[in-house]
Design a protein around this ligand. Structure first.
Ligand SMILES: Nc1ncnc2c1ncn2[C@@H]1O[C@H](COP(=O)(O)OP(=O)(O)OP(=O)(O)O)[C@@H](O)[C@H]1O
Ligand SMILES: [Mg+2]
Length: 285
């Protein structure tokens, strides 16, 4: 071998080495990049929490509400696990549970704002997934923590729930949620402009319940209706709402205990699992 060739033979692998040594790092970067792209793609097309059926069935007007082996959540970890419920029409169930135990998630599942990851929900034998979200919520109505009072008249605040309601319907429903006295004191009746100053926290919840009842739902879901109220007002409110629900199925979700003595039975949610009923009112009560 000539001296020149010998030098090439020694130096060539060294020169190549620089190129080759970078390859494992490049391969790792490609893998990391692919994973990152998949994560970004997942974020850019989020799955909606609730889907709409292509050919929606009619919402049932009344009937037994049955949840069978329902698991649901907002991310990979379920917030509700293997939940079973069977509520005959008109039954009133209270559910307690610490903050984060899954009460509002259950409210979202019941009102079809969140599809369960597994299991089924039926009302009168009709599967929730077969009914449109809006249709279902006319059958299973929610009174929630964040019910809004719009800066418009009392009439419009109620009528957006049911544009066909007459003034007489509106006044009747206000009486049903015990807002009769409040209504009588308003300067312009149904034309009274509602703003923050005209309505207290308890009245706001009653107004939300009035709105929910206007659509004549089969089931009324009350999610923390007493949040922010003093204990006496809270109990009176639950009593009036349970009363106003008149024969409808009621699911009362409350992390404090107010009003839980007014329902037929009480269950407890612990970390997404529904525990045995802790109280059942005697038939005489
Ligand atoms: N809209 C949402 N998006 C994402 N995660 C949510 C949503 N709502 C609830 N979660 C999560 O689901 C789990 C259960 O929360 P949930 O709100 O159902 O509990 P809760 O019993 O209603 O609590 P609280 O008494 O504070 O109202 C929690 O981990 C919470 O962070
Ligand atoms: Mg909640």
């Amino acid at each position: 071998m000539s001296p020149e060739l010998a030098a090439v033979a020694v130096l060539a692998p060294l020169a190549l080495g620089e190129t080759v040594l970078a390859l494992p790092a490049a391969a790792a970067a490609v893998v990391r990049g692919r994973r990152a792209r998949a994560r970004l793609a997942a974020l850019s097309r989020p799955t909606p929490p609730a889907s709409e059926p292509e050919h929606p069935a009619d919402a049932p007007r009344r009937g037994r509400l049955v949840l069978h082996d329902v698991t649901a959540g907002w991310g990979p970890a379920p917030a509700l696990r293997h939940l079973d419920l069977d509520l005959p029409a008109g039954h009133r169930l209270g559910i307690t549970g610490a903050s984060g135990s899954g009460k509002s998630t259950l409210a979202a599942v019941l009102t079809r704002l969140l599809d369960p990851a597994a299991g089924s929900i039926t009302l009168g034998g009709v599967d929730a997934a077969a009914v449109s979200g809006d249709g279902w919520r006319r059958a299973v109505a929610l009174v929630g923590e964040h019910d809004h009072v719009f800066a418009t008249t009392l009439r419009e605040n109620l009528r957006f729930a049911d544009p066909t309601a007459t003034d007489a319907d509106l006044v009747a429903v206000l009486h049903r949620v015990r807002l009769g006295d409040w209504f009588a004191g308003l300067p312009d009746g149904l034309d009274t402009w509602l703003d923050g100053g005209r309505i207290s926290g308890g009245e706001r919840r009653r107004l939300a319940a009035a709105r929910a009842l206007l659509v004549d739902p089969a089931v009324l879901v009350l999610d923390e209706p007493t949040e922010g109220l003093d204990p006496a007002t809270a109990r009176a409110l639950v009593a009036d709402l349970v009363d106003g629900a008149a024969g409808r199925t009621v699911v009362l979700l409350a992390h404090r205990g107010e009003g839980l003595d007014l329902v037929d039975e009480v269950a407890r949610l612990e970390d997404g699992v529904l525990r045995a009923r802790v109280q059942a009112k005697s038939p005489a009560a």
